[in-house]
Design a protein around this ligand. Structure first.
Ligand code: ADP
Length: 533
């Protein structure tokens, strides 16, 4: 029809320009390896991002070339987040916690031509570079600066990019099978930033006045989009560098008056312990909320932060394939008003989908009812949900014929539309033809005052096919027996859900992004015979 709107391209270049034009003074603070604080601002950072774009072009890289990063969270990584895609290249964040074998596969499969690497991570790069097509290595604070110096950002004109061009890519961790590459477009990255920004429960949204600290690594699904969101809003950014211990993070939060911080539950469990040990030591009055996701967020942690320290947790759910944020437990107005025990029940769910994300859950071809009871596999679709993996035709069955992405997560859906993540399909316990949710059992166990962490896994069982086994880490100085824990669970679950076996360990092994590594627990415990009960 005549008289319509402009076909304006949704690119990260717009966000770059916006930040330098309107938020030039906005601060970007980085905790350096020596623990000192580096301070810069958006004007300088966006200028250096352009310089990087220009320098990469001068060095002979072409449109669509993959440029990898192997870095902690810091301002140079932020430059790469903009300079690479806005130059027409593709930012490929490599996960520095992966095994060199996996990194070799991922960097080679992606066809990375260059890498920007922290000096401290050069030994890691040396272990896999030869098995890749990486031709150029730029070391942060060293040859990376030399690269920048070759170009003058004032001579550079931002290329006209199509919003559907690739901006960035990230590989799934590949806990089952080979890692798979997910390619984000400019359009999907921009819309994702908008969608996450629309998460605005009762004024809790990220605004220009809200310093934000992404603890989630920039190699873990684009740091959940917060670098782009913060830049779009002109919010001060606080990058923790390599220091992810609770003490350093609390220092950052206090000193830099952080309002929002984002990370996986294990990070926040550690911080909660420290706060409980030394209540009042840190002034966290500027905190609005912690954004927590990537794995189930224990209800006891949500309640503990709020009741003991006055701090709010907002849970989010997502996957590398969903950019990653697809839902958040941002409560609608009426639920914000209910008494806190009920409110925590809602906050302990994965929340409702962001605008433009659609959900359904199915068993076979049948959609399950939204009754908070029935369980099925969650399927999603939306403008920042992957439509395929990069060069992996064998994985095409992850998409349904009618265009939904199969998440592999087993969920029930509350009548209010809140997603309840019950398990990953490979972790759910199939006992006597029914499903037992390991997440529900873990959540309940972590509400016991003696329990620091709990992971529940399936072990083979000749009669029931599988049974749950609970692996428990006790808090310092606490004791509790398996029988006491079973009694503690009994009122909350059907009898057949209760684990027969409890194993007490010093630590639960974690994945490269800080989730419970259940495969390792299965290897350790599933082969041992279950003692007769
Ligand atoms: P990986 O865990 O393989 O590294 P992702 O980071 O993409 O890859 O993980 C996505 C998965 O993390 C989801 O499919 C889901 O199982 C889990 N997850 C993410 N957020 C939550 C949440 N809030 N509650 C429970 N599980 C979650």
């Amino acid at each position: 029809m005549d008289g319509l709107m402009m076909d304006f391209q949704l690119t990260l270049t717009h966000i770059l320009r916006r930040a330098e034009t309107f938020f030039g003074e906005g601060e970007i603070v980085t905790r350096l390896p020596d623990k000192s604080f580096h301070r810069t601002n958006y004007r300088e950072t966006m200028r250096r991002a352009r310089q990087l774009a220009a320098a990469l072009q001068k060095a002979g890289f072409e449109r669509g070339d993959r440029i990898a990063t192997l870095c902690w969270n810091h301002y140079q990584h932020h430059e790469a987040y903009f300079g690479i895609p806005c130059g027409g290249f593709v930012l490929h964040t490599l996960n520095l916690r992966l095994h060199p074998h996996d990194l070799a596969y991922i960097a080679d499969h992606a066809g990375d031509r260059a890498v920007i690497v922290d000096r401290s991570l050069l030994p890691l790069l040396d272990q896999f570079r030869e098995q890749t097509k990486i031709e150029h290595v730029y070391v942060v604070e060293d040859s990376y600066e030399e690269l920048l110096a070759t170009a003058d950002p004032d001579d550079w004109e931002d290329p006209r990019l199509d919003e559907r061009e690739a901006a960035a890519m990230c590989y799934t961790s590949g806990t089952t099978g080979r890692p798979k590459g997910v390619v984000y477009s400019h359009r999907s990255s921009v819309l994702h930033a908008f969608g996450v920004g629309a998460n605005n429960p009762l004024g809790l949204g990220v605004t220009v006045n809200d310093p934000i600290m992404p603890v989630v690594p920039m190699f873990h699904a684009n740091a959940w989009g917060y670098p782009y969101l913060a830049t779009m809003q002109g919010a001060k950014l606080v990058y923790p560098g390599p220091h992810l211990d609770p003490e350093s993070l609390l220092e950052n939060m206090e000193q830099e008056k952080v309002a929002w911080a984002a990370g996986v539950p294990t990070i926040w469990m550690g911080i909660l312990h420290l706060l409980d040990e030394s209540p009042g030591k840190w002034d966290l009055s500027s905190m609005k909320a912690m954004l927590v996701g990537g794995a189930a967020v224990p209800r006891a942690m949500i309640a503990g932060y709020e009741s003991r320290h006055g701090l709010r947790i907002v849970q989010g759910w997502g996957m590398t394939e969903t950019s990653p944020v697809a839902s958040t437990a941002a409560l609608p107005y009426d639920l914000e008003q209910v008494e806190e025990e009920t409110r925590w029940d809602y906050q302990a769910m994965a929340g409702m989908p962001l605008p433009f994300v659609e959900i359904r859950a199915r068993v076979g071809d049948e959609e399950i009812p939204w009754d908070a009871e029935a369980m099925g596999e969650l399927e999603v679709r939306g403008p920042w949900v992957a439509a395929s993996y990069y060069e992996a035709p064998e994985a095409a069955d992850r998409w349904t014929d009618d265009g939904w992405f199969r998440t592999g997560d087993i969920v029930s859906i509350h009548p209010r539309g809140f997603i309840q993540i019950k398990d990953r399909s490979k972790d759910v316990i199939k006992s006597g033809g029914e499903w037992i949710s390991s997440v529900d059992l873990e959540n309940a166990l972590m509400a016991h005052s003696a329990v620091a962490e709990a992971a529940v896994i399936a072990i083979p069982d000749p009669k029931w096919s599988e049974r749950p086994l609970a692996v428990v880490v006790l808090k310092n100085g606490e004791t509790v027996t398996a029988d006491e824990l079973r009694e503690f669970l009994a009122p909350q679950f059907a009898k057949w859900w209760l684990p027969e076996r409890f194993e007490f360990v010093d630590e639960i092994p974690k994945t490269s992004v800080g989730k419970f590594r259940k495969t390792a627990l299965r290897d350790q415990f599933a082969s041992e015979p279950t003692p007769a009960n």
